[in-house]
Ligand binder design. Structure first.
Ligand code: CA
Length: 766
């Protein structure tokens, strides 16, 4: 019976006539991760209706206060609008926001007054399309996106008071109704959090809204009062209500666009993207754009048993292709220009933003390097522009520099792209930025440059008694960044002194190794390790993690780390311990159990904290230790138990594609532990077959024979029918395409991948 169901499902799901286009968007669940709150993150996501890397995203809003950073929560019953959002994470907040909300009858406009009951059963959420039934008004609202614009469609009942409330949000906003053109314009300057850092004082998000039906009457509002007989206003919080007369089931369409440059540019964006087209046309094009990307990662021969995995896979792929967002626009002549979130001027070229490299250097950017090298090139152009406009490379942009997280990870983003084939970039400027970052701290923003750079240069580590917090986390990430610089310096044929200096600094991770505990620990300027060192203590010398999480932060030299820990056997025992230890913790540094701690505690994975980024590569380190079957086992456990295509489906903050990139790579069967090396450690492929299309059109087919929930171990790998014995694939091999065949079995093959010459690269190897 099971087989018959599987066959039936196979027919429905994947066996389509050759000329019919497969629709992958129906497997994407944008609501995955949206059931989150301050104390517990199941993803901290909102259902973004957007195009890949688009400038503006559109999301329903359930918050009854505009500045609620959890503005869409799956647990809520009310809808208060559909907003244009740029929020990369609730922890960084949103900026330049405005929203539209259809209502009927009274001209209510504040969130509490305009809100409507809705049900998830009367809601459709897809990457390219969102639809919701607003019960209190008997109105259906829909939205479909382009890169910078969108179409909205509101289907009203019969009424002479069909309203659309436009909310330009707080801080300083502006609204103007131009009834003769059925048009509303305005700007929003709102931002929640980091308000004095993230944008220059002239920042504005200029929006334009055109309705396709005559505006019958209108009002504007300011703060909590309606203003009669006026067309425009500006102030702390402004908005408008435009009203129509509608027949039963009549749809009012709105074409909406915006610009960070001007209203003229917003009109230009609208003209390029949505003018002259109706809702359905825009929607089907947006769907096609998504399918073009998703179909490059085609799951084949899946069965009913795989449905959750297929949904999770395509949802993760969608998340992976959203950030960083474009911040540039196309002028009337087609030139690429951008408002600089650094100097406030309109500058030429590309700009990308809303990305924390502390998260995304790990797997998101390596994913682009492998599958989207042109996108990587564009992102590097944006980085060079950031350096030119602000004097620094960004570490966390939203849209300008914000002071959050640690490390010097822009270096990895640049070096991993350049060393893996993305050569057509302004490497001179980027190199200058990298070197400046390596030796200097930003005067005011501790996340930019290297806080503690002087001491790091002198001592080889950032001491924990100079007022630079999270010094051990910084040191470990700086040492890896130094390795990236070493590799880049060699590639660029820099002088020997530079090459040698950075080669030496790559080993700085050793300075924090505390033999007494066999783990990494912070040290003071005299060289003493922290008194009463507690490896279960979160924060302090580490960032959102403890020593058990950070001790693996030696991406470029697992062999060197293994040696420090006492050799291969000891190294494996330490890796095993992560899962064996109970999830105990000391939260005293924070004075509260931060959500990342709670997410580790409740998952039943011991000290393994997949809900945050520092440890996400750890399970792959068994590939360097001759026990690849443990990588295979644990990566499948994580895929099966910590990801679900449900509102509570992530095990912590998703973080701009990183936690999704882990899943996508792992489902493919390999992961970029050290992004610059070009080696991908082999895990356990999730599907019976995946056909990947590289950017140059070449195909890479990954087949896993006898793959199942039980058969997670690799017995053998063939590459183009030749036996492949290594524990890693290389970037250049994968880019060439070909056929990889995994033979899957229920018990470990204790002979495969146990010899040193099968291990991925370590810097100590040379
Ligand atoms: Ca995180």
């Amino acid at each position: 019976m099971k087989t018959r169901i599987n066959q039936l499902f196979f027919l429905v799901l994947f066996f389509l006539p050759a000329n019919a286009q497969k629709d992958y968007t129906k497997y994407v669940m944008p609501i995955m991760g949206s059931q989150s709150e301050f104390s517990l993150s199941n993803g901290n996501l909102y259902p973004a209706t957007a195009l890949p890397w688009g400038m503006n995203y559109w999301s329903p809003q359930t918050a009854t206060k505009n500045d609620d950073r959890w503005f869409y929560s799956y647990n809520r019953y009310y809808l208060t609008g559909i907003r244009q959002t740029h929020q990369p994470s609730p922890w960084t907040g949103d900026y330049g926001v405005f929203s539209l909300m259809p209502t009927v009858g009274k001209k209510n406009f504040l969130e509490e007054d305009r809100k409507s009951w809705f049900s998830h059963k009367a809601e459709t959420s897809l990457p390219h399309y969102y639809k919701v039934y607003l019960a209190d008004y008997n109105v259906t609202a829909e939205v479909t996106p382009t890169e910078r614009s969108c179409m909205m469609r509101f289907t009203f009942p019969e009424t002479n008071q069909a309203n659309v409330v436009i909310d330009a949000f707080a801080r300083a906003s502006y609204i103007k109704v131009i009834p003769e053109e059925n048009k509303v314009i305005g700007y929003s300057t709102d931002r929640f959090g980091y308000e004095n850092q993230r944008v220059p004082s002239n920042f504005k998000n200029y929006f334009v809204i055109y309705f396709d039906k005559p505006i019958q009457n209108y009002s504007i509002w300011k703060e909590d009062a309606l203003i009669k007989n006026e067309k425009e206003t500006q102030g702390k919080r402004t908005g408008a209500i435009v009203s129509f007369s509608t027949k039963r089931g009549e749809a009012v369409q709105a074409r909406i666009s915006s610009s960070f440059i001007s209203w003229e540019q917003a009109d230009q964006n609208l003209k390029t993207e949505v003018a002259g087209r109706n809702f359905d046309e825009v929607c089907s094009e947006s769907k096609e754009i998504w399918n073009k990307q998703l179909s490059r990662f085609s799951v084949e021969n899946a069965t009913l048993n795989d449905l959750d995995k297929v949904r999770t896979f395509y949802t993760c792929l969608y998340r992976l292709l959203l950030f960083p967002r474009e911040f540039h626009e196309l002028d009337a002549k087609g030139n690429i220009i951008h408002y600089s979130p650094y100097n406030g001027k309109v500058c030429p070229g590309r700009m990308y933003t809303d990305n924390g490299f502390w998260d995304t250097f790990r797997a998101v950017h390596p994913f682009f390097n492998l599958f989207y090298p042109t996108q990587s090139k564009y992102i590097l152009e944006g980085l060079a522009n950031t350096y030119k406009e602000s004097g620094w490379l960004p570490e966390w942009a939203a849209p300008g520099h914000i002071d959050i997280m640690v490390g010097s990870n822009s270096t990895s983003v640049i070096a991993s792209a350049y060393l893996n084939g993305v050569k057509d970039v302004d490497i001179k400027t980027l190199w200058e930025g990298i070197i400046k970052n390596a030796y200097n701290a930003h005067p005011t923003i501790t996340s930019v440059g290297r806080a503690g750079a002087k001491e790091y240069d002198a001592l080889g580590y950032v001491p924990n008694d100079i007022g630079v917090k999270e010094s051990a986390a910084r040191t470990l990430e700086y040492a890896y960044a130094d390795y990236c610089i070493y590799k880049l310096a060699k590639e660029l044929k820099k002088d020997n002194k530079t090459i040698e200096t950075f080669a030496e600094r790559s080993f700085n991770y050793k300075k924090l190794f505390y033999p007494k505990y066999n783990l990494m620990a912070g040290r003071n300027s005299k060289g003493d390790f922290r008194e009463n060192f507690n490896p279960f203590s979160w924060g302090g010398d580490f960032t959102e993690g403890n020593s058990w999480h950070y001790s693996w932060c030696v991406f470029h030299d697992p062999a060197g780390l293994s040696e420090l820990m006492g050799g291969q056997k000891k190294f494996v025992a330490m890796l095993d311990s992560v899962f064996i230890l109970p999830p105990v913790f000391d939260e005293s540094y924070y004075g509260q159990v931060i959500h990342e701690i709670r997410e580790m505690q409740i998952m039943n994975f011991g000290q393994y904290a997949h809900g945050n980024q520092p440890i996400q590569h750890m399970t792959y380190l068994y590939d360097w230790a001759g026990q690849p079957w443990k990588t295979q086992y644990w990566t499948r456990q994580i895929m099966d138990r910590l990801y679900k295509p449900t509102p509570d489906g992530y095990c912590g903050d998703e973080d701009n594609g990183q936690t999704s990139a882990w899943y996508v790579f792992s489902a493919l069967g390999f992961y970029p532990v050290s992004p610059v090396s070009g080696d991908y450690a082999i895990g356990s492929p999730l599907f019976p077959e995946l056909v990947l299309t590289m950017e140059n059109g070449r195909k890479l087919t990954l087949k896993a024979l006898n793959n199942s929930d039980e058969n997670v171990y690799i017995d053998n790998i063939d590459w183009d029918k030749k036996e492949y014995t290594k524990n890693f694939f290389t970037h250049s091999q994968l880019q060439k395409g070909g056929n990889i065949l995994f033979q899957m079995i229920p018990k470990p093959n204790y002979r495969r991948g146990t010899k040193k010459d099968t291990f991925p690269y370590s810097f100590s190897d040379k």
